[in-house]
Design a protein around this ligand. Structure first.
Ligand code: ADP
Ligand code: MG
Ligand code: ZN
Length: 628
């Protein structure tokens, strides 16, 4: 936790209050200081008089202006012992002194100690003084800064959270596979390097560029490359670092950041994860978030506050442009929006080439093959993939990375760490049937992606795995393909059911069923692929997001909901029957494959198809999938 003045004061005041009472306590007792002459046992006034009567009192010391007396008296039981007792005297004891004299008792009177009283008075004064002083201090600081109590203290100042890189050392050459984005940003470099060219003809240089894309697609890298190409400093901060516990901290950080940037212009300001501050204002559960709104307002103000030709360009990155406050997207702020998508196959090849530059690859390696095997991988995934392969190569003490390491790394990036295979047992057999169910159904259905390999080597959560070679960049998927995928995903459960019977099916199909239900439901509600007709009944489901509309709205009646459920069920039932039929009709084949799989632990796609073709007709999938 960061210690700020306000925190210190917040703690200091209660401590002072408690300390004050302690102090007061100490001094009030010391003002009636009884020195050594204290007595713990008390005696009533009446008993004291009795003692005097009985002649047992030897001395009396008066304190506290005669309100307290410490009495020495002879003990009743033990005659030779002297007791010291404390007596609280009633107000009117005028006749006491003559009586004591009469009885010849030692009498002494002690005045109150004056120094104690002085301390007491000082103590009384000190506390209010401290309090007033503290408040004065607070007010003085807040009135120093224009803009009201929100900026009471310049917390942000001392702890600048942004990073400054004078030279990023990254060039456009280091960014691959996102050509459109690069082309657009090329212009930003020119804005920074030759602003005159634009201002001469009266063009206003854009102030902000928003990079939109999923994590790992190279947004940060692009921003750094712009700074690198233009040879200007790179200021960066993450949106989450703006959001602080105290209202006003984020806003002051924004101010500091822009101040520093102006001193160093021309430069790039990069705001990562801008959605953390830039969400729609005044929305979400429990109303807005004051701190975030202030920070956002400050950001908007700062962006309006400089002219386009001061040489500052603000680049922000987000993967959730849908949640951004519309004020951020207005002209004059982030008016340029550039989409950074995950790369396609050509892009992946280029990215692999970039990251292979500093790696030792054996000559057999075809980056093209890797690019084909990795649809959906982002730039960061690919960089990670090559790095994993390199680590593996070093571990195996090889000279250069070979295809074996690349394959292992791909499997690992997709499905997690490899585990140790089970010993031959009933459950291993069951897993073998389950996986072969997937593989066989996938192979026999024409619209299904081809099997790449089946394995019983566990990885991540899975005890066995069937890998399919995905068709390239699936932007359009047909109804037949979806149905085939559902059947394939049900193939595991179907095999368990057909071979071992209804009572023996296992939890191993849990994940499969989840996927199946999801696919079937989307076919009905989003893609209009059921008897309900071409209707979109649900928008893409995303997690409940608290920045905008968080109430889920369904656009259909109860009746339609029932019909959706019935349609989903009928799709799944149909596919399950299909999968079971394929397993049942090829029982001999399945048994033979299981023996082979248990023996070898992994069967690759070519061999698998070879064996299947001896028993059944394997549909040709060449036109669906690029071959390699
Ligand atoms: P983002 O900011 O979009 O989440 P990054 O820019 O931080 O992603 O990317 C992380 C790393 O992934 C980069 O440092 C780089 O090594 C690699 N990378 C991502 N995209 C690309 C790309 N298009 N070209 C080359 N490398 C990339
Ligand atoms: Mg990033
Ligand atoms: Zn399965």
């Amino acid at each position: 936790m960061k210690l700020s003045w306000r925190v210190i004061l917040l703690w200091a005041i209660p401590i002072l209050v408690i300390g004050f009472f302690f102090w007061q306590g100490t001094f009030t007792t010391s003002s009636t200081n009884m020195g050594q002459n204290t007595a713990n046992t008390r005696m009533t006034y009446g008993r004291f008089l009795d003692y005097i009567e009985a002649g047992r009192v030897t001395s009396v010391d008066l304190y506290d202006n005669g309100r307290t007396a410490i009495v020495e008296a002879i003990d009743l039981e033990l005659e030779d012992r002297v007791q010291r007792l404390r007596v609280d005297l009633p107000g009117n004891t005028a006749d006491l002194v003559p009586r004591l004299r009469e009885a010849n008792i030692n009498l002494d009177s002690h005045p109150p100690r004056n120094d104690g009283a002085i301390w007491g008075i000082l103590g009384n004064l000190l506390f209010p003084l401290l309090l007033i002083g503290g408040l004065f201090f607070l007010f003085r600081r807040s009135s120093n800064v224009p803009g009201g109590p929100g900026q009471a203290m310049s917390f942000g100042k001392s702890r600048a959270r942004f990073m400054m890189e004078a030279k990023t050392g990254i060039m456009f050459d280091d960014v691959a596979g996102i050509e459109e984005a690069k082309e657009e940003l090329q212009e930003v470099v020119t804005f920074l390097k030759k602003p005159e060219r634009f201002t001469a003809v009266g063009a206003r240089i854009p102030k902000g560029v928003l990079l939109i894309g999923p994590p790992g697609t190279g947004k940060t890298l692009l921003a750094k490359a712009i700074a690198g190409e233009a040879g200007v400093p790179f200021f960066s901060i993450s949106g989450s670092e703006f959001v602080e516990m105290f209202v006003g901290v984020g806003a002051s950080r924004v101010r500091d950041l822009f101040k520093k940037a102006k001193e160093n212009a021309p430069c790039i300001i990069f705001i990562d994860e801008i959605d953390a501050v830039g969400r729609q204002r005044g929305a979400g559960i429990g109303g807005g978030n004051d701190e975030r709104e202030q920070t956002l307002n400050q950001l908007l103000t700062e962006m309006d506050g400089f002219e386009g030709n001061t040489g500052i360009i603000v680049i922000a990155a987000t993967n959730r442009v849908d949640v951004l406050d519309s004020a951020l997207l207005r002209p004059g702020r982030f008016d340029r929006q550039i989409i950074v998508d995950p790369p396609d196959i050509k892009g992946r090849l280029e990215i692999l080439e970039v990251h292979a530059r500093n790696k030792k690859l054996s000559s057999e390696i075809s980056l093209d093959t890797i690019a084909r095997r990795t649809p959906g991988f982002t730039g960061a995934d690919l960089a990670n993939l090559l790095n994993e392969a390199a680590i593996l190569t070093a571990r195996r003490r090889k000279e250069a990375i070979t295809m074996a390491e690349i394959d292992a790394a791909v499997d690992r990036v997709i499905a997690g760490m490899e585990g140790t295979p089970l010993v031959d047992s009933k459950s291993k057999r069951l897993i073998a049937y389950h996986e072969l169910g997937h593989a066989l159904v996938g192979t026999l259905l024409k619209a299904h992606d081809p099997v790449q390999k089946v394995t019983l080597i566990p990885r991540g959560q899975a005890q066995g795995l069937t890998w399919f070679t995905p068709s390239e960049d699936q932007t359009l998927i047909s109804r037949a393909q979806l149905l085939a995928r559902i059947s394939g995903a049900l193939g595991g459960r179907a095999a368990e059911d057909v071979i071992f019977g209804d009572a023996e099916v296992t939890t191993g199909a849990g994940n499969d069923l989840q996927q199946v239900t999801g696919m079937a439901r989307q076919m009905v509600t989003r893609f209009g692929m059921s008897d309900l007709g071409p209707l979109s009944l649900e928008t893409q489901q995303s997690e409940v997001f608290l920045g905008r509309d968080w109430t889920m709205r369904s656009d259909y009646s109860e009746e339609i909901a029932t019909r959706i459920d019935a349609q989903v069920r009928s799709i799944v039932d149909h596919c399950y029957e299909e999968a079971k039929r394929l397993v049942r009709e090829n029982r001999t084949l399945v048994d033979r494959l299981v023996e082979l799989l248990i023996e070898k632990e992994t069967i690759d796609g070519e061999e698998f198809r070879q064996i299947v073709s001896e028993y059944a007709e394997v549909p040709d999938k060449e036109q669906l999938v690029p071959q390699f």
